[in-house]
Design a protein around this ligand. Sequence first.
Ligand code: HEC
Length: 148
Amino acid sequence: MKRALIVGSVLLFGLSAVWAQQDSVKEVQTLMKGNGRNAGAMSAMVKGDKPYDQATVDTALAQFADTAKKLPGLFPDSAKGVKLDGDYYASPKIWEDKAGFEAKIASFAKVVGEAKGNVKDLDTLKPTLTAIGKECGGCHETFRVKKG
Ligand code: HEC
């Protein structure tokens, strides 16, 4: 009886570790999909497809800031090499060069922080979106892999 309990809890522990790791990968993907949608909404304004809308900008910047805050905690060792559905996965370089990855998060957070409160119209949105886009691309270039 005792032994069955121990075996059972070891199994449960193993399962919850698998879940934890999948949850963190899922959360990264959910955050990034939100990033993509929000960047797209702002770029539609810059292109003139949509009128300028302050609430859309503020929501986007807040979501980017939330992403930057959460990212450092979302890459536990157990998530290395996990590939869920989707076109992309996290490069193993995230775990091999943790300092480099964290530097990318910090620089994204800085640019997003500077943008907060400074975007008031199309003229101020344009350079800000360019700067933020560079941060997205700068991290993806090294730390995101397209499934192929
Ligand atoms: C510090 C690194 C980093 C920054 C900054 C970053 N990303 Fe990502 N992004 C990733 C990683 C890693 C993945 C792959 C995650 C996965 O699939 O497990 C990813 C995936 C994505 C995806 C694909 C999501 C999917 O599963 O379909 C989109 C879209 C995306 N990012 C948009 C953005 C946008 C837009 C920004 C800037 C506003 C941004 N990202 C900033 C690291 C970053």
